[in-house]
Design a protein around this ligand. Structure first.
Ligand code: AQP
Length: 327
């Protein structure tokens, strides 16, 4: 029996290379090893205001990008969270077992609520409870994510342990799997902040559907420093971030990259990086165009996957309800 792997992605904004390098690429690579379930988390998306038409379109776009990146619907289930009612139902039950103090420690909520202040939704605060439901419904053992989601996965694990200690073995204990390289891709405009879909600055992120010229221009404008030497050094976040992106897209080792840039300047690195990223995204972009040309194809793949995972989720939910004494 293969281990169950579960992960999610929000259908919001434009999917960028941070999402791709840390999460989607891992998901594609792990398909032979794990029994994979990937969720388009639209219920999470509405924790901040969304335009209904755009949200619907983004669900298809994100799903299409996952298939275009190499997720094989025969090997992995890709489904939409709101199509499986057990997610919201389990989240409510779990809410009743999560101490407020655990939730108040979540750094993502602290950061995101800074801007929204009093307008912040209860749903955004509750984001980790819904994410715990997503993970625990499928007897998940591994959760491949970027570093920013580590704290949420740890909360899911603590919660599973807490529930099991009250009611006896009910949930598997999930573990975050974070890539060694590229776990936190930083913004091109500000390399001290993680690359994020919700940043408005057009030079912030390289999106998977950006044109070659957009990619080249964004990299050319990326913030670096006034030094010259090209070396992996976390204390120089701008150049370090570009080098990490180069490392993953090129497949070269750090020593090879440093050696090839001896005596060369940042302009050359940026030019080469532009080409490496353009070439790296080309197959995904053309596959995406093919997939989306077939009307209804993506929707039917999503519906099939939801039908496949729904019984698994309902089984876990029934177990939980019976433990708690509900229904
Ligand atoms: N900058 C990043 N570097 C590495 N991994 C990242 N992830 C997100 N940003 C980076 C990982 O991508 C997966 C899907 O992300 P998501 O859309 O569900 O969550 P998110 O963290 O909310 O995405 P963004 O891009 O930061 O959007 P905003 O800020 O708008 O919410 C996850 O595995 C995540 O770790």
């Amino acid at each position: 029996m293969k281990k169950r792997s579960f992960s999610g992605i929000q259908p919001t904004g434009d999917i960028h290379i941070g999402n791709y390098l840390a999460a989607i690429k891992q998901w594609v690579a792990s398909q032979a090893e794990y029994d994979n379930i990937f969720c388009i988390v639209d219920l999470h998306a509405i924790t901040i205001p969304q335009d209904p038409k755009i949200l619907k379109a983004k669900i298809r776009e994100v799903s299409g990008l996952l298939f275009a990146a190499g997720i094989d619907p025969k090997l992995s289930a890709v489904f939409v969270q709101s199509q499986v009612g057990a997610h919201a139902e389990l989240a409510w039950i779990l809410n009743c077992f999560i101490p407020m103090g655990w939730m108040q420690r979540m750094t993502q909520f602290k950061e995101k609520s800074k801007e929204l202040k009093e307008q912040v939704s209860v749903g955004l605060f509750d984001y980790p409870a819904l994410m715990s439901a997503d993970i625990l419904l499928y007897d998940t053992e591994v959760v491949p994510v970027g570093e920013d989601q580590k704290q949420h996965v740890e909360l899911s694990r603590d919660l599973a342990q807490r529930f099991n200690s009250i009611y006896g073995p009910t949930f598997h204990l999930p573990k975050a799997v974070i890539p060694e390289v590229g776990a936190r891709i930083m913004g091109l405009d500000d390399p001290t902040k993680k690359m994020s879909k919700s940043e408005d600055n057009p030079g912030h992120a390289i999106n998977l559907l950006d044109s070659p010229d957009e990619i080249r221009a964004k990299i050319k404008r990326a913030t670096t420093d006034s030094r010259r030497e090209i070396r992996f050094d976390e204390k120089r976040p701008g150049i370090h971030n570009l080098l990490v992106i180069y490392e993953i897209f090129s497949g070269l080792s750090r020593a090879e990259i440093e050696a090839s840039y001896q005596g060369k300047g940042y302009a050359q690195l940026k030019k080469d990086l532009g080409e490496v990223v353009v070439e790296g995204l080309k197959p995904l972009q053309s596959r995406y165009q093919e997939l989306t040309a077939e009307a209804g194809h993506i929707d039917s793949l999503l519906a099939e996957a939801a039908a496949r995972v729904r019984p698994l989720a309902e089984k876990t939910l029934a177990r939980v309800k019976s433990r708690v004494g509900l229904g």
